[in-house]
Design a protein around this ligand. Structure first.
Ligand code: MLT
Ligand code: ZN
Length: 445
């Protein structure tokens, strides 16, 4: 362990029993035992780590709160986990510049809360928003229900501070939405899962906090009736801030075994729709919406207060953990298709005979297709099922991950199914930015 002796500005963990928690995240995978875990407390630690990684030939794996879904922060052979949970820095909001500066270690919950305290909104809201760290959301370009209207994490980043292979922290971008001096290199780091360098802080874009919400429960008798709705609404000028759904199987399971609030959920399948623009609770807005929905509006329920709204969202937010508890070896995918192809996607899934259940972000075509029996399925059969699923999404103009990223979990599929020119370009960038392959080796490409 000489490589870590006298490392400045850092806490080092190498007791094997204490390394165990760093071998898992929220994917179904398990990493190898890392050489050590280092919690850097300042730039000198990073400078020295990069130097030692290069001279002693080990890799560096970034870690935030370990809530990733694709194994991006899991250690591979001969790597040190760089855990940013103790990276220093405060959250500073600038209402004048409509932005917020925060270190990678900042809990996303505090980032959102600091903005909200000043009447401002930072929209990215992955399901793990109460437990994840900002750095992880930047490295993975996290999504969430609000992406339907507001886009992904990358759409809310003005500037980034990132550790590059020279061992120094560099800043890309400025505190303004208008910055056009050449290509946006910072954007390359967002969603890169740490393969080009490590993000240590960011300046985020904010917008005024929405103050009015119309939250609707839309049960349907025939579940296919939900599938054209996202396109219909958007085409008619109704852009929901969130449009989530449960297919019949997920809804039935929630109703039978879920918490009290889930037992009363109506319908064969169910959508949660939310609008947040000014006037969305007014009669003209809601009447227009009802007209558009036609007979589908029959069972529509509108949350009448904040408590009901919270109750609806609580059920949606616990769905992933609920299914995981009941099917511990399940695999949850996050394919995406354009919203206009949702019907074709589910027809295709039926044709494949894929034993899957689905829920998730219907409004932007990002579906959590879950293979509940993955643990009991022959691994070769399982791999075919997953590849068929990814091919189907791609054939409809979609892709294999809408929000969770590639990491380790989808690396083989990503390499097999992507345009070879894209992989070649990514590898050329990797060689240019990280010639000794010290940053998160074995991930993504
Ligand atoms: C969610 O939206 O609930 C999560 O992103 C899905 C998951 O856990 O697979
Ligand atoms: Zn999701």
């Amino acid at each position: 362990m000489d490589a870590f002796k006298g490392l400045p500005e850092a806490k080092v963990i190498w007791d094997p029993s204490e390394l165990e928690p760093f071998r898992v995240d929220e994917s179904h995978l398990r990493g190898v035992q890392p050489l050590a875990v280092v919690k850097p407390h300042g730039p000198r630690a990073l400078r020295e780590l990069v130097h030692r990684a290069k001279t002693e030939g080990f890799g560096l794996v970034p870690r935030g709160a370990g809530t990733g879904k694709a194994g991006g922060c899991l250690p591979t052979e001969r790597t040190v986990v760089v855990d940013f949970s103790e990276w220093p820095g405060d959250i500073q909001v600038s209402p004048q510049d409509l932005c917020l500066r925060a270190p990678a270690s900042a809990p996303l919950r505090e980032v959102k809360g600091s903005a909200e305290a000043l009447g401002l909104f930072y929209p990215p809201d992955p399901n793990s928003w109460e437990s994840c760290a900002l750095g992880g959301t930047l490295a993975t370009n996290a999504g969430g229900p609000n992406a339907c209207k507001y886009g992904m994490t990358r759409h809310w980043v003005l500037a980034l501070d990132a550790l590059l292979e020279d061992g120094e922290i560099h800043t890309f971008g400025i505190s303004s939405v208008k910055a056009n001096a050449g290509p946006a290199l910072g954007q390359l780091l967002i969603g890169s899962e740490g393969i080009f360098g490590f993000i240590v802080g960011a300046t985020l874009r904010l917008t005024p906090m929405p103050r009015e919400f119309a939250t609707l429960l839309l049960p349907v008798k025939r579940w296919e009736d939900l599938l054209d709705l996202p396109g219909l609404l958007c085409g008619a000028g109704y852009l929901p801030s969130a449009f989530e759904f449960f297919d019949p199987a997920v809804l039935a399971e929630l109703r039978a075994h879920g918490p009290e609030a889930a037992r009363r959920l109506p319908g064969e399948a169910l959508a949660i729709l939310e609008f947040d623009e000014r006037g969305c609770t007014s009669e003209p807005f809601l009447e227009g919406l009802l007209d558009l929905l036609g007979p589908l509006a029959d069972g529509l329920e509108i949350a009448s207060d904040a408590r009901q709204r919270q109750g609806i969202w609580a059920v949606r937010r616990l769905t992933s953990a609920f299914l995981k508890e009941r099917h511990p070896k399940k695999i949850s995918e996050d394919i995406v298709v354009p919203r206009s192809r949702l019907r074709d996607f589910f027809l295709g899934l039926d044709r494949l005979g894929c034993p899957a259940v689905s829920y998730g972000h219907l409004g932007d075509g990002n579906l959590h297709v879950n293979l509940l029996a993955a643990g009991e399925t022959d691994p070769v059969v399982l791999e075919h099922q997953l590849m068929d699923l990814f091919r189907l999404a791609i054939s409809l103009g979609g892709t294999l991950s809408g929000e969770h990223g590639i990491g380790l979990a989808k690396r083989d599929a990503f390499l097999a199914l992507s345009d070879p020119a894209q992989i070649q370009a990514l590898r050329a960038l990797k060689r240019a930015l990280d010639p000794q392959n010290i940053f998160n080796p074995g991930k993504v490409i």
